[in-house]
Design a protein around this ligand. Structure first.
Ligand SMILES: [Zn+2]
Length: 411
């Protein structure tokens, strides 16, 4: 692959520079360093970001909304509404739908996706086989990792434990979980313990759905913090949704947030889905299911934002566009100052990179893998406000997407 240069870009830190790519990697960043390179893209001061990482999406479920019966809009309603569709999945059907959303994601600047994939006795291993096939189909434009996700519980869905092992053997990268879905605290604790044991057996990271409920008395986040410390899995654990924390008492919240910070746990908030899903039984003041983002950030916990759902039983919208996710999430979490807007950017870039343990291979810096995206606007607040897609997207140093926006005001 030839060398190429992006000329006069605004970098995430606000400085202006050229960026030289050689093969898969960024090799030089600095004013004028691209002058001698023949293949050039003129950035004209546009913002150059590392490509987004969507670290919480459900690719097996995407684009099935039209097949489902209408339900009451709750998490339980959505899970049950999906059963019939899940029973009828074929590997090819999952593969085709997942690939479509991966391609949409790339067009809007995401080149890494980590998908939870249902593993249970309803769909068996069909969803994981379909998503793994889509990941292979799309390996030239994006890197997709998978999480074996026991959507129906483990203890309450006998047979799932064996399927979870089989999913890890089939190539799933990360062990998922959904402890709050079990009946009673003993079963929840056993669910957490069992998932960490599986993670240790496969030397895998852990990424669980945690307390996706309005019930502020549910405590599985504390169980995950305890188990992370007991097993020495610090820095290898992500928790998603964590809605109940917003309804929990302040003393518990402060304690468990400090526990997350101490154990290096990354929290993924998914406001786009949870804003429509949670608080369905409330009147007047409606709980909106967004976790305590500002308190987590203040305590030094890494907070990521994920798309979670695209046109499925849980959420009728979504297009794999993390710029949209960042904007909705900034509204939900009340992120408005300059520093807070930078945290909204980190939530779709550097924080998920931490959860993936990418280290120096992520970013707009020499040595990083050249997964990049270039915007027309010069700064992140304007990119976030205007919501125009990136002009160009690079994956492993190759340009994999380009978008031209043309608007004409007539009259
Ligand atoms: Zn989810």
């Amino acid at each position: 692959m030839t060398r190429q240069a992006i000329i006069d870009a605004t970098l995430p830190d606000g400085s202006r520079a050229d960026v030289v790519i050689d093969g898969e990697r960024v090799v030089e960043v600095g004013p004028g360093v691209g002058a001698a390179v023949e293949a050039r893209v003129e950035a004209a001061g546009g913002l150059l970001l590392p490509a987004y990482i969507d670290t919480h999406i459900h690719l097996d479920k995407v684009l099935i909304r039209d097949q489902l019966v209408e339900h009451d809009g709750t998490l339980r309603g959505a899970i049950e509404a999906i059963h019939a569709a899940k029973r009828a999945y074929t590997v090819d059907d999952v593969r085709r739908r997942a690939a479509e959303v991966i391609r949409c994601s790339v067009l809007t600047g995401t080149t890494r996706l980590r998908s939870h994939v249902d593993v249970d006795t309803v769909g068996g291993l069909v969803p994981i086989e379909g998503v793994l096939a889509a990941a292979r189909d799309c390996a030239g434009i994006a890197e997709v990792r998978t999480i074996a996700f026991p959507q129906e519980g483990i203890l309450r869905d006998p047979g799932t434990a064996e399927l979870m092992v089989a999913a890890m053997e089939a190539g799933a990268d990360v062990v998922g979980g959904m402890p709050h879905w079990e009946q009673g605290e003993d079963d929840q604790r056993e669910h957490v313990r069992w998932c960490f044991e599986l993670a240790r057996r496969f030397d895998a990271d852990v990424d669980m759905h945690v307390d996706e409920t309005d019930d502020g008395s549910v405590r599985t986040l504390a169980m995950v913090v305890d188990e992370t410390e007991r097993t020495g899995w610090q820095g290898r654990v992500t928790v998603g949704h964590v809605c109940a924390l917003s309804a929990a008492d302040d003393d518990y919240a402060a304690r468990v947030i400090a526990g997350c910070a101490g154990a290096g746990i990354v929290v993924v908030s998914n406001p786009v889905t949870n804003l429509v899903l949670q608080g369905r039984g409330d009147h007047g003041l409606v709980r909106r299911g967004t976790t305590r983002v500002r308190e987590l950030l203040a305590a030094g916990v890494g907070v990521a934002f994920g798309q979670d759902c695209v046109q499925d039983g849980f959420y009728p919208f979504g297009r794999g566009d993390l710029l949209e996710v960042a904007l909705v999430s900034a509204h939900a979490a009340q992120l408005t100052t300059g520093a807070e807007l930078r945290q909204a950017l980190a939530a779709v870039t550097t924080v998920p990179a931490t959860a993936w343990r990418l280290g120096d291979s992520y970013g707009v810096s020499a040595g990083a893998r050249a997964d990049l995206q270039l915007y027309a606007a010069a700064g992140w607040p304007e990119v976030l406000r205007l919501q125009d897609p990136p002009r160009a997207v690079w994956f492993r140093g190759r340009t994999v997407a380009r978008t031209t926006v043309q608007r004409e005001l007539l009259g």
